[in-house]
Design a protein around this ligand. Structure first.
Ligand code: PMT
Length: 224
């Protein structure tokens, strides 16, 4: 068994949430801790890859020996992926980027005590879908997505796999105990373009990372 299967390969991993500011003191975000993506970055490093870890706001320690790019917003994450995409062999999108951002970021703190402030409406506009954009122009690269769902897991994940032109997708039902956001474990199903579905039991996120990278390595071997 060659444990340095990824020597000479560049792997870009995104992890964590993004955050979108509302005003100088407030923002919206989600529950992603970055653990899933950080474990993938670590496993890719252990297999010898040059790893770029593009991370949204998280407070966990990044693995040593990987290039860490810090971002806040979804558009910053998009730009960071764009910078590294052309030279990469594999893109793994474990991050949970916000799909929407406030249309306007207020320059001053929003005051609640001014006239007519019983309700506050914040208009949100769509962010770019990063994995979809790069999936469509991937060429020979392997692009892996995740799907975080609360219902219809397999059906929705299959739709994302096709729509975003991914090589495979890691589906997690975030409503299940021990799966998805924040926990050290995850429960995933992996679906590939051929329609194969592999269901896994509850596993530590580092074991899920191994499974994801085993599949990436198998695909790289077939291509080379
Ligand atoms: O960080 P943890 O606490 O460890 O939690 C792990 C996780 C639940 C965040 C992770 O396992 C996971 O499911 N990540 C994907 C979360 C997500 O955004 O899922 P989605 O179904 O909304 O998006 C599908 C895919 O499109 C994902 O690969 C996502 O990174 C990508 N996406 C989504 C929106 C967007 N604007 N751009 C994207 O690239």
């Amino acid at each position: 068994f060659n444990n340095k299967q990824l020597v000479g390969k560049k792997v870009v991993v995104t992890a964590g949430p993004t955050m979108e500011p509302i005003d100088p003191v407030r923002y919206i975000t989600n529950h992603s801790s970055g653990k899933m993506g950080y474990n993938i970055a670590k496993e890719a490093r252990d297999r010898g890859a040059d790893v770029v870890l593009i991370a949204g706001p998280t407070n966990i320690e990044p693995p040593a020996g990987v290039e860490v790019v810090r971002v806040n917003t979804t558009r910053e994450m998009f730009d960071a992926v764009e910078k590294h995409f052309s030279s990469c062999d594999v893109l793994i999108k474990a991050a949970a980027p916000l799909d929407y951002r406030p249309e306007k970021v207020m320059k001053e703190k929003i005051k609640k005590d001014s006239e007519g402030m019983e309700e506050l409406n914040i208009k949100l506009v769509r962010n770019p879908d990063i994995v979809s954009h790069f999936g469509k122009i991937k060429g020979d690269r392997i692009v892996v997505g995740f799907a975080a769902e609360t219902n219809n897991l397999i059906q929705y994940a299959k739709e994302k796999l096709i729509k975003k032109n991914l090589d495979f997708i890691v589906a997690n039902d975030i409503s299940r105990e021990g799966a998805g956001f924040k926990s050290d474990t995850n429960i995933v199903s992996i679906i590939d373009k051929e329609g194969n579905i592999e269901d896994y039991p509850i596993l530590d996120k580092n074991q899920v990372a191994k499974i994801v990278l085993d599949k990436v390595c198998t695909m790289l071997n077939i291509k080379s």
